[in-house]
Design a protein. Structure first.
Length: 504
């Protein structure tokens, strides 16, 4: 920042000018002198935001994202600079000005448990002519940081036949402890008599019964809507539904069990599961926890299935291409052709057109949901080596780093999971240290990268420029979310810190 001089300064007396002439000259310059002092406002434009800091939780599903300016702005430049992102891309919304403040009003209410981000990027122009280049990235949530709950399993299975006097008519298992009142209100299930509701497993399981037996030869449908909330206030990920039939005389093909399977290993010994799953090994007794890296999904039926119709029966959301192999007359494995996504909820559907060997169709789709047992990769810690001192900043923080211009910056990065040897070199080169402010700083270069262990990386950069005079130099160290460990785990979001380079 700099300012025009505003103090009165007596000019030197020029030869041949008397005192009266000098005074007259000074009076003629006064209007121009004070005009320049009054309008030379070179202070930066003040900006505040809602959300005001990373990881803020907005209180309501329709809360405004707001940019507060301390001066009148050229509105088009401000509107071009703002963008609100969701996990699915740019969020739709309307721009509204209230005085000097810009409001972003979402078209679709914010969803609890989803990570959004306010991005400000570009050149802002004030009506008084000042310009300011801004670059902000503020992640935020609305209502709750908690993950969205989902229906993990239910019984009777979709399309299943049950007795009219079953001790429990319906059992719904949720992935999270639920809020009882909203969940019960969200359940739609018409049965004879008075519904009796019971919660188990710390409110993660809902049992439904009645004081009156079910009617024979009747199809019953149930659904639970998204307005069912977890204890943390997050709504159900999506609506779930099912259908079962009472006292069918003929047995249709139905799904007995679904579980993750580990791929065959060389010289695998015969086990108690070999008759059912062949060379594959069960990784669990159900899809809780879900499949991991390189796993397949095993399905057992109550009777032999037609293999051709079974190959066309599987579908997934999100999309999961793959193939089906029969392991026994009553079992098969679905083998994905790409890796499962980390900590993602999948819906698996087996079409009701599936036939048994007699050509009898299953009738209703079998639908189940599971969450993958593949954790996100995390940066557990980062250690900056400053001479004999080591500092360990947290994500998003700013640290001072005494450096000699052209010197070396060293750091250790500790990850939460080991890296496969095949991806270590590629992952190391994705990590960067770049000038952040001013952008005219010369780039630094990676001097060396060495994996100390399978989960610990040592990096050296050379060429940073220490701060000069009143100009402070900042660098940004970035571990991007594209870094993965070669075993299906990757970062959920970018990890970064800022370094303030101070000359030693």
């Amino acid at each position: 920042m700099f300012r025009l001089p505003c103090k009165n300064q007596m000019p030197h007396k020029a030869p041949g000018l008397d005192k009266a002439s000098i005074q007259l000259s000074m009076l003629s310059l006064l209007p121009l002198f004070f005009l320049s002092c009054a309008f030379a406002d070179l202070s930066p434009i003040g900006i505040n935001t809602v959300p005001e800091a990373p990881w803020t939780v907005l209180p309501n599903e329709d809360s405004h994202v707001i940019i507060f300016f301390d001066t009148d702005m050229e509105k088009l430049s401000a509107e071009r600079a703002i963008q609100v992102l969701s996990p699915y891309g740019a969020a739709d919304g309307k721009i509204k000005w209230e005085g000097r403040n810009l409001h972003f009003i979402p078209d679709i209410p914010w969803k609890p448990g989803l990570r959004y981000a306010l991005k400000l990027s570009g050149t802002l122009i004030a009506l008084d002519g000042r310009e300011f280049t801004v670059s902000k990235d503020i992640p935020f949530f609305a209502i709750s940081r908690a993950s969205l709950p989902y229906v993990q399993s239910f019984f009777p299975l979709d399309g299943m036949a049950v007795a009219v006097s079953s001790p429990v008519i319906l059992e719904i298992n949720f992935s999270e402890p639920m809020d009882r009142r909203s969940s019960e209100d969200a359940l739609k299930f018409e049965i004879p008599g008075e519904k009796i509701l019971q919660w188990l497993d710390d409110d993660s399981t809902l049992l439904v019964n009645s004081n009156t037996p079910l009617n024979p030869w009747t199809a019953y449908r149930w659904s639970i809507a998204e307005k069912a909330l977890s204890r943390e206030g997050a709504p159900l990920a999506k609506e779930f539904s099912g259908r079962f039939i009472t006292d069918l005389e003929r047995a249709f093909i139905t799904v007995v069990s679904v579980l993750p399977l580990m791929p065959p290993l060389p010289a695998l010994p015969v086990t108690e599961f070999s008759d059912l799953w062949g060379a594959w090994l069960p990784a669990g007794l159900s899809l809780d926890p879900g499949p991991g890296y390189d796993h397949g999904i095993g399905v057992e039926f109550n009777k032999p299935a037609d293999s051709e119709s079974l190959k066309r029966a599987f579908s997934f959301y999100p999309s999961l291409p793959g193939r089906v192999e029969m392991l026994s007359p009553v079992s098969a494995v679905y083998i994905p052709s790409k890796n499962f996504e980390s900590e993602t909820v999948y819906e698996m559907r087996i079409s009701g057109t599936l036939k048994d060997l007699e050509g009898l169709k299953m009738g209703n789709d079998y639908v189940t949901n599971f969450k993958t047992d593949i954790p996100f990769l995390k940066v557990n810690s980062i250690s900056i080596v400053l001479g004999e001192e080591i500092i360990s900043p947290v994500a998003g923080s700013l640290v001072s780093a005494p450096v000699i211009t052209g010197g070396i910056i060293r750091c250790f990065i500790n990850f939460s999971l080991p890296f496969d040897p095949t991806v270590r070199e590629e992952s190391a080169f994705k990590i960067s240290l770049k000038p952040f402010f001013p952008l005219t700083l010369p780039p630094v270069s990676l001097r060396s990268a060495r994996w100390v262990s399978s989960d610990r990386l040592f990096l050296e950069w050379e060429g940073p420029a220490g701060s000069e005079n009143s100009e402070t130099h900042f660098y940004r160290l970035l571990v991007p979310l594209t870094v993965n460990n070669g075993r299906g785990s990757y970062l959920k979001e970018d990890f970064f810190i800022y370094l303030e380079a101070e000359n030693e």
